[in-house]
Design a protein around this ligand. Structure first.
Ligand code: ITT
Length: 204
């Protein structure tokens, strides 16, 4: 592998929110970041693992195999104490069994279902955490996976417009804000994804 090629990383995600949070810090680290849109032949990767680690490796392996480049994948989600850690690995697909309201995004439908399912949970039982497992796979087969977590409290009403996914309903008591009220740099400094990213960067 040439030195140039070793510093080129394909981000194995089609989630625009994750791309926003991962591309800049990796670029600042001197890595050339390539998006999945450069490889339309990869198509949808089936995430049939039962843990975040398994799914992150499934995505990173598939992309490294096709591209011949180092691949980084993030599998992440929200664990809610009162729901025995659901939606967990199913966070992206959580409300796919619910009908969308007119103009409602997938993220907004997920939030609507989660707030419905936790409507009767009192404040003291509303603990939750974001989890990000990040896998890096090299074309020579070397791989690693790391985990970052971020504890919060589930709100009953969404707040804030930044971020993506469940950000508007996850409250960080020590900041007095939801994850969607943090600016992107602040979120990256303290989030599950920021922590996992800093760990994986050390091995790239
Ligand atoms: P890729 O597999 O293409 O990366 P995806 O959205 O399907 O995209 P996941 O299977 O890892 O990715 O699902 C992650 C879901 O967890 C995501 O869609 C959000 O609903 C939620 N999530 C993860 N990180 C989050 C964050 O930082 N803020 C809010 N929600 C987050």
């Amino acid at each position: 592998m040439s030195q140039n090629k070793a510093l080129r990383v394909v981000l194995a995600t089609s989630n625009a929110g994750k791309v926003r949070e991962l591309a800049d810090p990796l670029t600042q680290f001197g890595v050339e970041v390539v998006g999945l849109s450069s490889y339309p032949e990869i198509g949808e990767i089936e995430e049939n693992g039962t843990t975040f680690e398994e799914n992150a490796l499934i995505k990173a392996r598939a992309v490294a195999a096709v591209t011949g480049l180092v691949s980084v994948a993030d599998d992440s989600g929200l664990e809610v104490d009162a729901l025995d850690n659901a939606p967990g690995v199913y966070s992206a697909r959580y409300a796919d069994d619910w009908e969308s309201q007119p103009g409602e995004s997938r993220d907004a439908r997920n939030i609507r279902k989660l707030l419905h399912e936790t409507a009767s949970v009192p404040t003291e039982g509303r603990g939750c955490r974001f989890v990000s497992c990040m896998a890096a796979v090299r074309p020579d087969g070397k791989e690693m996976v790391v985990r970052g977590t971020w504890e919060g409290q589930l709100l009953a009403t969404p707040r804030g417009d930044n971020g993506f996914g469940y950000d508007p309903i996850v409250y960080l008591p020590e900041y007095g804000k939801t994850s969607a009220e943090l600016d992107p740099e602040e979120k990256n400094r303290i989030s599950h994804r920021g922590k996992a990213l800093r760990r994986i960067r050390e091995v790239l």
